[in-house]
Design a protein. Sequence first.
Length: 397
Amino acid sequence: MTKRKLRVGLISSYVPMKCGIATHSRDLIEGMLGHDSFEWCVIVAEDSMGPYDFNGKDIARLDKESLKSYEKAAITMNKWNPDVILLAHEFGLYGGNTFFTKRNGKDLRVITGDYVLTLINKLKAPIITTLHTIIPEPDNTRKKVMREIDKRSSMLVSMTDDGRSTLDFFYGINKNHIAVIPHGVPQPVQRDKKLVVKDLNLDTKKFYLVVTGLIGPNKGIELIIKALPKIITKHPEVVLMVVGQTHPTILEEVGEVYRESLIELATQLGVCDHIKFVNEYLPTNRLVDYLTVADIYLTIHSDPEQAASGTLAYALGCGLASISTPYRYAKEVLADGRGFLVPFDSSDAITKQINTLVEDKNLLERTRQKAKLFGCSMSWPRVGEEYMNLVESVIRE
């Protein structure tokens, strides 16, 4: 008698949606499939930019602000009868109650995402929850939501040790109920740099700074542009490449206002000839080409509490020397000489660090080697194997 294949249900955003969680979920499934053969399906936490084609793998789609859609999705998933469910969690990914709080003197709308509790509490299969955002010093509402998710989950997954400690200290969640599995990175097939430079119609004599990912004000690109005049005065070979499409939500709400402001700033500072915008959402192999060309990777995020960054993880996977602001994820993965941290909102610090690396090639190479070694431990096949082991452990229990 043929044994039934393992069934894995996924609740997440998913490619071709354009966001970090969608990409993470796709790569995770592919990484797991490399170690076992199983059937899978997805309940899609969809944005408003659709329609999307998920090749028949979507058995239900969540209307973010319709509680009934969460109830219907639970019924559909239970009928599919998975052995385990992988839940991708970020508070803003799901609908629910909202409230306003003060942050930096401004009113900030907070989404609690509590509708997901209706979904998971109606599901029958065990749940493994991957946490894409872990907020320290949470408000009572989101603390309660996180505790309810923990209560319903067989295991939580944090991408860093720092996240695990935060859950323990601020949420009172038992560390033994939290697995630490890193954000995966592709095993990059990096072609010869000279060939890639030629294919991308770039100049082999230039020194490339690279920013990637969905573009928005949180990327701090204006700070890098403000740093350029003092960099190119000493090192005219330096070029900044901003590789990525504007975030779909920002495009829908205000269009290309941020990108246009960057172009205007570059014009004012007289550095337009030292900036190249690649306004595309690139497939992984093309993204790796730009990372292959990069001499320094920049991740100047503005949120100190950011608990994960797929773009920085990819940079480490490609063995790049990275300069970052000290958000939570960067502080952990760039420790021990794997990269460099600069203060928030400081173009002068960015200038100084870039100039140091342009001038000290030995330091640049040592950093690249440490980053590459660390990145190897984060490959998707390894991460997929860790998830498969966790899945099998949960099913046994």
